[in-house]
Design a binder for this molecule. Structure first.
Ligand SMILES: *[C@@H]1O[C@H](CO)[C@@H](O)[C@H](O)[C@H]1NC(C)=O
Ligand SMILES: *[C@@H]1O[C@H](CO)[C@@H](O)[C@H](O)[C@H]1NC(C)=O
Length: 663
């Protein structure tokens, strides 16, 4: 039940009167439940932040009321404290509330700075069958907007329109849920960040978001204890708050990817040639890239180069002399990459049996290692268990052997989400992190291979220097995994601290009956131009000379701004700043800016407003505060305004530069 604060006051007054006479009696049963004394306040010394811990008269449950200057947010604590004898103990820096049957929750000062405050809410649950759920009203009818949350195929931005029911909050392939950080924040400059150890399920509807902790699959279920811990907090502004969360909790990158991957396009054989790749096709692709006048960085040999999936042995029928091929490509200036995955198929012998016998595959508690992926039949594969350090070094050696023998520079690491190994896996370490710890160990192992890496998942791995690719897009215009979800996904990555974003291949993957049209291809390229890297697969020369010319124009524009991208990369490392923030980054008091999902910034200087609707040659562009110079014709616009019907024929990307000394 959600009661707004005004009603709560009224209710409080009402109950004080009604219960007044029986107050003494009540007080003798429920400690700390007499009249006004049902509110404890955690006060912060260094700011106006404070949190009331209030027991509701209605059902005796608790609600946290978070304030900074003014009231920001309620959190309904759904433990089983209602109707039970409870004990409230004041701690040095907060409170502990416990019941006689050992449920216990503590609220303690976490960070107490002038510019940033957070409270740590910690709950240890010792009964396996208990389900605890805390709920936050979203206040959408009060124009509050929400950000952060999961990566999804139908990515929302802002995220309050998402709907989830009992959604296991782990990295998974389904719905493209590969970046699943447990961080949500609102335009009231309030955040909640839930610990990785919590077995978390998400419920969300138009009005509230609920976080449930329960001891159920896909989490670890073989002991009784679990924890439901999170931080809540605030700062003066949403921007300041976010940067603090990145610096203090989520983590910021420690170093940068190779600048060549940022300056020049990446080319990948996947959409162009599909699964059946060979030497001839790779050479053909490289030659056409050169002949059509494109600059380039990485050339990725994607999918089936192995003699069977998981052998990591090159198929010599298809690649008669891979070393000679890589030498040739490197002589032309390509960085040569190869696709790798964490699976071994059952028909891939003797590699499968060896790995299984050595205990290198993820095993379920029922003893089975069987799983499947997109290149195997049902139960026809195993998944390498990266949660074991010994397995990591074994896998790493296999990849190093490929590098040494065949001159491969680097790898594109595919998969890595928890969807791909048997349910209820046996892990030896970090049981509370089951099952997503395998995502983390996989990504960490990958990151050891240097600074030219592509991965597509992460879990607390914002500190790594890898490019994180958006999960495969479809070749469509729609907001359901098509072009329209590109910008929301870019913003979701950035606001969760993954700032080295590799947008998916230009035009999407052309799966099923999808067709990459010339228009979709060009609009996709334009939308990606001020993102950190460009990746082609379906080739521009499939269309016509105009497409080639336009493609060169925008890859050159990207190159021209790559120094600025790298400057922002450096700021991400030093200060935890996003590379591609949403446009409210420039003015979070601008209500309109808070909800714009089809524009993005590069740093705090460039605003990009691509045409992402089929058949359109104009669009409305919203410019936030400041003076803006049109990137196309130098015309100056005053910000805080909507430019209606901005003309953008197929070869034009609307983009704007913020004038530094505008005032
Ligand atoms: C290699 O590729 C060829 C052609 O696709 C295929 O016929 C063969 O089975 C593959 N495996 C080996 C071990 O050569
Ligand atoms: C073992 O567990 C997996 C995952 O839950 C399940 O798919 C499989 O059917 C089980 N196998 C047996 C033999 O019980």
């Amino acid at each position: 039940m959600y009661i707004d604060p005004a009603n709560k006051l009224f209710l409080s007054a009402f109950f004080v009167i009604i219960l007044g006479t029986i107050g003494f009696f009540i007080a003798s049963i429920f400690l700390d439940f007499k009249g006004d004394e049902d509110i404890q306040t955690v006060n912060f010394k260094n700011s106006d932040f404070h949190v009331n811990i209030k027991r509701l008269k209605s059902d005796k449950s608790y609600v946290l009321q978070v304030h900074r200057d003014k009231w920001l947010q309620d959190i309904y604590i759904g433990n089983d404290f209602g109707d039970k004898k409870i004990q409230v103990v004041e701690l040095e820096n907060g409170y502990k509330i416990s019941t006689r049957d050992s449920s216990e929750i503590t609220f303690t000062l976490d960070v107490d700075n002038e510019d940033f405050s957070s409270l740590y809410v910690k709950r240890r649950i010792t009964k396996k069958e208990l389900i605890v759920q805390d709920c936050l009203p979203l206040y959408t009818n009060e124009n509050v907007n929400w950000y952060g949350g999961p990566e999804q195929m139908d990515q929302r931005y802002p995220i309050q329109s998402f709907e989830f029911t009992d959604y296991a909050y782990i990295t998974k392939e389904l719905h493209s849920a590969a970046i699943m950080e447990r961080y949500w924040f609102s335009s009231r400059a309030f955040f909640i960040l839930i610990d990785y150890e919590t077995p978390l399920f998400l419920d969300q509807d138009g009005e509230h978001i609920c976080f449930t902790a329960k001891k159920q699959l896909p989490y670890y279920t073989h002991n009784n204890v679990f924890e439901f811990n999170y931080r809540i907090g605030s700062a003066k502004t949403m921007k300041e708050m976010h940067v603090n969360v990145i610096n203090k909790f989520l983590g910021k990158p420690k170093s940068l990817p190779d600048s060549r991957l940022i300056k020049y396009p990446i080319f990948n054989t996947w959409v162009e040639y599909g699964r059946e790749i060979n030497e001839e096709k790779v050479l053909d692709y490289a030659q056409k890239i050169i002949d059509n006048g494109f600059k380039y960085s990485l050339l990725d040999i994607d999918d089936f180069w192995e003699d069977c999936y998981g052998s990591t042995i090159v198929n010599t029928t298809n690649f008669g002399n891979l070393k000679a091929l890589t030498s040739r490509l490197k002589a032309e200036g390509f960085i040569v990459g190869m696709w790798v995955h964490p699976f071994i198929n059952k028909n891939c012998e003797p590699y499968y049996s060896e790995a299984k016998a050595n205990g290198y595959l993820v095993e379920s508690h029922n003893g089975s290692t069987d799983t499947q992926w997109w290149n195997s039949g049902t139960s026809q594969a195993g998944h390498v268990n990266f949660a074991k350090p010994a397995v990591q070094s074994w896998f790493r050696k296999k990849l190093e052997a490929i590098q040494n023998e065949h001159g491969i520079d680097i790898f594109k690491f595919d998969a890595g989400e928890t969807s791909w190994f048997p349910a209820d896996p046996v892990f030896e370490y970090d049981l509370d992190l089951t099952p997503s710890q395998i995502t983390r160990s996989f990504v960490k192992m990958a990151a050891d291979f240097g600074d030219k890496l592509e991965i597509r998942t992460g879990w607390g791995t914002q500190y790594l220097h890898v490019l994180v690719r958006m999960l495969d897009f479809d070749s469509r215009w729609t907001a359901n995994n098509g072009l329209k979800s590109l910008i929301p996904t870019l913003l979701q990555f950035n606001l969760n601290g993954y700032v080295f974003v590799l947008p998916d291949m230009i035009g999407g993957n052309q799966y099923g009956n999808d067709v990459i049209t010339k228009e979709l291809f060009i609009r996709w390229l334009q939308a990606s131009t001020f993102m950190p890297a460009l990746q082609f697969s379906h080739a521009p020369w499939h269309f016509d000379d105009e497409t080639i010319a336009i493609s060169r124009k925008f890859t050159e524009l990207h190159e021209q701004y790559s120094d600025y991208i790298l400057e922002r990369f450096n700021l991400a490392v030093t200060d935890g700043q996003p590379v591609n923030p949403p446009i409210w980054w420039l003015d979070e008091t601008d209500e309109k800016a808070l909800t714009i999902a089809d524009e993005y910034l590069l740093g705090d200087k460039i605003l990009v407003a691509p045409v992402i609707e089929q058949g359109k040659t104009s669009r409305d562009v919203y410019l936030p505060i400041g003076k803006w110079r049109d990137g196309n014709d130098d015309q100056i616009y005053e910000g805080g305004k909507l430019i209606e019907n901005y003309q953008a024929p197929l070869d034009k990307l609307p983009w704007f530069i913020r004038e530094e000394d505008a005032n």
